[in-house]
Design a protein around this ligand. Structure first.
Ligand code: NDP
Ligand code: HSE
Length: 440
């Protein structure tokens, strides 16, 4: 067997500790498949005294991950600290400068600095591998970069954040509050250190930016993604979705559009009968439309220590076996930028929940503003609150009540213009809720 691959693991949290345990557990099989012994020889974390579930004897400890990354006694740095700046970025940069391969699960870092890091890694002739950065244990990076190399991709979309899907699933199935579900997702190790990244959609945007670069051959740019999270979703929206035959999912979508690649992240109503609607809990799913293969969907665990470690260890095995490919499929210097495609031009169906004053003519007023802009309404649902009904059986109480519309396809620009006009008419008691519908 040729020389062993010495790993330095920076970050020993949910993922890092699972990686060290997995490398030890699978040592024999990894050695047989790659032709090299793979060993963790250095580790770094903040708290040296904490039990990480593995034996640290014989492994060099570094208080400073940058010192670990610069050490001449390792071959590959596994960065599992997290965050786009600070120690994670410094660790990866130091590793590349020192000529070490890098494996990371850090989508925030790649989304912000991926283009520069890829150029630096390619100039140094080292690998920058990141299978675990998107969709946890699903091998979606390898599938896009290698498995679909002979295809032209026209669209990809999916559920890419385990925390959000876990929250939406439990709110819908168990009627739990948003906060209670988020707390459980944190306890299970699914959420980011700052869960705002999950629930406000940024984590999905980072992942979508990575997949877009690979799928469409453009430079990674998370600024080109339109982002909305799930924090404004109310239990009422989940109930309405159920009643109307939909489920709400946080989707990331990238597709070829006039003017570039449309990249968007937002809560989405999907038909209850669709396959994406069946994806529950921490599970992720990514669907790729490509010319040769047609439609391909990858489904699996999107977060958690073991599932994510599985993807990290796959990258380590590739490096041990000598696999070398440009970070984003093509040489980083050659990738063109892709400008942001304005969300206003997006066309599709919309779920609109208005909170209107309960009085005669309100629904007609809303319908008029929609019709003026040629927006066709597929269905309309009005629910009176019990208190409004009791106060005034004639429907003139003026109390806030929900009015839900489902539209046929319209552009976001016209929908927003109609909502502005409805607000200007004084019909709304609260800001409207707007959720895009994807029917296939
Ligand atoms: P954790 O918060 O569980 O672990 C982070 C680790 O980094 C901790 O061990 C922490 O040390 C260490 N750390 C923080 N700051 C420093 C520092 N200055 N020097 C040395 N070590 C430091 O995060 P996760 O394991 O959940 O995530 C790690 C990465 O993997 C992130 O980029 C995340 O986005 C990504 N990821 C996570 C997934 C998941 O399911 N959790 C799935 C896919 C990707 P200490 O323990 O001593 O406090
Ligand atoms: N916080 C992320 C999620 C981890 O919930 O999907 C996996 O990338």
């Amino acid at each position: 067997m040729s020389q062993s691959l010495r790993l330095g693991v920076a970050g020993l949290g949910t993922v890092g500790a699972a990686v060290v345990r997995m490398v030890a557990r699978q040592a024999e099989s990894l050695g047989a498949s790659t032709g090299r012994t793979i060993r963790v020889t250095a580790i770094s974390s903040r708290d040296r005294s904490r039990d990480r579930g593995f034996d640290m004897t014989g492994i060099t400890w570094f208080d400073d991950p940058v010192a670990l990354a610069s050490s001449a006694d390792i071959d590959c740095v596994v960065e599992l600290i997290g965050g786009a700046e600070g120690p994670a970025r410094e660790t990866v940069e130091a590793a590349i400068t020192a000529g070490h391969h890098v494996v990371t699960a850090n989508k925030a870092l790649l989304a912000r600095h991926g283009a520069a890091l890829a150029k630096a890694a390619e100039a140094k002739g080292v690998a920058l591998a990141y299978e675990a950065s998107v969709a946890g244990g699903i091998p979606v990076i390898k599938s896009l970069r290698e498995g679909l190399a002979g295809n032209r991709v026209s669209r990809l979309y999916g559920i890419m954040n385990g925390t959000c899907n876990y929250i939406l699933t439990r709110m819908e199935r168990e009627g739990l509050t948003f906060d209670a579900c988020l707390k459980d997702a944190q306890a299970l190790g699914y959420a980011e250190a700052d869960p705002t990244f999950d629930v406000e959609g940024f984590d999905t945007a980072h992942k979508l930016a990575i997949l877009t670069s690979l799928a469409f051959g453009v430079e990674i740019d998370s600024e080109a993604v339109s982002v909305e999270g799930i924090s404004a979703i109310q239990p009422l929206d989940l109930r309405m979705a159920e009643e109307l035959g939909y489920r709400i999912k946080l989707l990331g979508v990238a597709q070829v559009a006039a003017g570039g690649i449309e990249q968007r992240v937002h809560p989405t109503m999907v038909p209850k009968s669709s396959s994406i609607a069946q994806v529950m809990g921490v599970t992720n799913a990514v669907t790729i439309d490509a010319d040769a293969v047609g439609e391909l969907t990858l489904i699996g665990p999107g977060a958690g220590g073991e599932a994510t470690a599985s993807a990290v260890v796959a990258d380590i095995a590739d490096i041990a076996a000598g696999a070398k490919r440009p970070t984003f499929g093509k040489p980083a210097q050659t990738l063109p930028s892709s400008p942001r495609v304005a969300m206003q031009r997006h066309e599709g169906g919309y779920y609109i929940r208005l909170t209107v004053h309960d009085r005669p003519g309100v629904a007609a007023g809303v319908a008029t503003r929609m019709a003026e802009r040629d927006i066709s309404i597929e269905s309309i649902l009005q629910r009176r609150s019990e208190s409004a009904a009791m106060t005034d059986p004639h429907g003139r109480s003026g109390q806030p009540v929900p009015l839900v519309l489902i539209t046929y396809a319209a552009t976001e620009g016209t929908i927003r213009a109609a909502l502005d006009a409805i607000a200007a008419d004084g019909l709304l008691a609260e800001a409207p809720q707007l959720i895009r519908i994807e029917r296939e």
